[in-house]
Design a protein around this ligand. Sequence first.
Ligand SMILES: [Mg+2]
Length: 164
Amino acid sequence: MKVYSMNKLRIYIDMDGVLANFDKAADEHPSNGVKGYRPDLILDFSKFEVMPGAKEAVKKLLDMGHDLFIATTPPWSHPSAWGQKRNWVEKHFPALKRKMVLTHRKDLLIGDILIDDTKWRGQPDFKGQWFHFGKNGMDWKYVIETIETINKVNFNYEKSSTHV
Ligand SMILES: [Mg+2]
């Protein structure tokens, strides 16, 4: 499904495990290893480190002219995480402020690409292309290379195309 012109893609980016290092914070928490430990319900989501390569990759995608949004599923039973995520985005990715979608149903998003590391929120049914981050070598470098390739293909197609 094409949402925009051939060269401008609407891209949704997941937070935990893609932009924000949830796992590191979960591993380092003092309660790690305690029975019943639920990091998703107790961590401060505003304190996560940025995933390696994420900042540079987002900048590249913005420089390419793509329309980026964050698509994240805040834990329902940890209401303060919703605001913590907003604060994290403002601090680390100010260019994406007011461009957040909070949803438990990523299949309902309308766009070209979804970059996401899990499949539990409708990602497999997303109508664009789901990039399964972390699977089969899909890291930020691979994501950028793939989108650059799509750009080139689309650009050549537009140049050679007779229709408008
Ligand atoms: Mg994730």
